[in-house]
Design a protein around this ligand. Structure first.
Ligand code: FES
Length: 111
């Protein structure tokens, strides 16, 4: 089965999406296809990733909420840097993006 692209290519109000260079980024060590310059969150949504982090106390999943860099629900560890807002951080080829648990200690690291 062919993978569906979930990006909005044509929109009734916004200009058409400009085709960009396809690159690979790594989400929890899994390679995913992304477009250079798009928000990391957009690449993850296109790869069907919905939970980006877990809350500190209850370990509840969080993902995209505001999509403008205000709410912190999309924070992840990007290239080793915790608390990175992935809705306003843009894709570069080879980036390493990890789910964040609480205040920024990756589950794999905390063990
Ligand atoms: S979704 Fe709210 S800061 Fe990114």
């Amino acid at each position: 089965m062919e993978k569906k692209d979930r990006r909005i290519i044509k929109h009734p109000i916004l200009p058409d999406m400009i085709e960009g260079k396809k690159v690979t980024i790594y989400y929890n060590d899994m390679p995913i296809e992304a477009i250079e310059g798009e928000p990391i969150a957009a690449a993850l949504m296109n790869a069907n990733v919905r939970a980006f982090r877990e809350t500190a106390k209850r370990h509840e999943p969080r993902g995209i909420f505001c999509a403008i860099g205000r709410c912190t629900d999309c924070m992840m560890i990007v290239n080793g840097k915790p608390n990175t807002r992935t809705c306003v951080t843009y894709v570069e080829g080879g980036m390493r993006v990890q789910s964040q648990d609480g205040f920024g200690v990756n589950r794999e690291v905390r063990k």
